[in-house]
Design a protein around this ligand. Structure first.
Ligand SMILES: [Zn+2]
Length: 186
C-alpha cells in the first residue's frame, strides 16, 4: 500500500496520456468520490471486495441482488468508509470529490502507472495528488487499501501545506490499521 507522488510539472506533461477511462467506462458518483470502472461487472466485484461496514452487505440477505442494488450499497459503503477515514484523522473539511479509478486487472493498473511515471509499477495502489485520483485494480483491493488511499487524499487536501511523504504514509497506515476500531475523541 505504498503511495507515489510526482512533481506537478511531470504530471502535467503526461496528462495527455492519462485518458485511460475512455468513453466506455462505468461511473458511480457518491457524496465524496467518483468511482470509475471499466464495466458494471467490475463495479459488482469492487463492491464485493469492499467489506465495510462488516455487516452491511446486501449479499448477506439476497442471493442475487440487481446491479442497481449493488451500486446503491456500494455508494453507502464508500461514503461511510470515507467518513470513517475523516473521523480517524480528525480531518473533516469539505473537499472536492476524490476520483477512484478501478482497473480490471493488474496489467491495466501497471500500464497506467507506466504511462504516468515511465517506470515499472511496484505498488498495489496509489493516490496521485495532481489528478486527485486513487488508482487500484479490482482483483487486488479491499476496504483497507481503499481507506489508506482515501486517507492520502484527505490528508493532502486538509493541510494547507502538504506533509512530507513519510509523514503522510505514517498517517495513512494508521488509518487502514485502525479502520474498524472505535475512534478516540480528543
Ligand atoms: Zn500510502
Amino acid at each position: 500500500m505504498l503511495c507515489v507522488f510526482v512533481l506537478c510539472s511531470l504530471s502535467l506533461m503526461l496528462f495527455a496520456g492519462m485518458c485511460v477511462a475512455g468513453n466506455g467506462s462505468y461511473k458511480v458518483v457518491t457524496k465524496h468520490t467518483n468511482l470509475v470502472f471499466n464495466s458494471v461487472e467490475d463495479m459488482v466485484l469492487f463492491s464485493d471486495a469492499i467489506n465495510y461496514p462488516t455487516n452491511s452487505s446486501f449479499r448477506r440477505f439476497f442471493s442475487s441482488p440487481s446491479a442497481q442494488d449493488v451500486e446503491r450499497e456500494l455508494i453507502k459503503k464508500v461514503d461511510l468508509l470515507f467518513a470513517k477515514v475523516q473521523l480517524i484523522l480528525d480531518m473533516r473539511k469539505k473537499m472536492k470529490s476524490v476520483r477512484v479509478r478501478v482497473f480490471s486487472n493488474s496489467d491495466q493498473l501497471h500500464l497506467a502507472y507506466w504511462k504516468i511515471f515511465n517506470h515499472k509499477c511496484e505498488v498495489r495502489a496509489w493516490y496521485l495528488f495532481e489528478f486527485n485520483t486513487v488508482f487500484l485494480n479490482v482483483t487486488d483491493v479491499h476496504e483497507g487499501i481503499l481507506a489508506h488511499e482515501l486517507g492520502h487524499a484527505i490528508i493532502n487536501h486538509y493541510l494547507t501545506v502538504r506533509p512530507p511523504r513519510a509523514t503522510a504514509e505514517i498517517l495513512a497506515r494508521y488509518v487502514d490499521k485502525h479502520l474498524f476500531e472505535k475512534v478516540r475523541q480528543y
